[in-house]
Write a protein that binds this ligand. Sequence first.
Ligand SMILES: [Zn+2]
Length: 213
Amino acid sequence: MEPFIRNDQYNFIKEKGEHLISAYANVQDQGVLKAVKMLAVEKAEAVFEKQLDEEQGPLIKELEAITDRKELEAYLDKIKANVFSFPSITDKTLKKLFPKNKKVKLPSQDEMENTLSYLAWEELGSSSKLLIVPIGERLIGLQGGFQPAEKKGVCAICRKFGKVGLFTSKIKGHGAGTFTKRGNYICSDSFECNQQIQSLAYLMEFVELMRTK
Ligand SMILES: [Zn+2]
């Protein structure tokens, strides 16, 4: 089976699995459990924009058999094989994505091996963060300032509460040579953020807001 699950969809399915485990731990009524199972599968199927085929459909439906953590972990391991991997980035692509940054370097291989919705890393000694976001067939490179916030907050990309920092980007203004600064709080730990994203909509909004046109 070819990969057909995006990272955000995987996270969504994982959360539905968590709901099932908690229902099994807290609910005795068989009718209620049956309804919870049906709803979990229905929601998991609905995150895919297209009709699942005869192999993909049954795999997602297997979610309804989960009753405890061990089963959930086994199921997640199984579907992980069908999650798209992050596109590999060559040096040439990297330079194209960040033309103004002459010293740009990719993060370690480990970080890139995870399933990701976006790749982000901090540049040593420059308090800036770099993001590579696949949008359809294209890759978007974003570089901005990054300052850890003193208080926890809600991340603009995954919409979860946690340790965040302010990402700032300079956008060209209307007049020649003028700039405006835009900023938004995002998770300090981008790996954690990637594990929490359940929809690409906010990531797309963030990219649109922060892009230098
Ligand atoms: Zn986040």
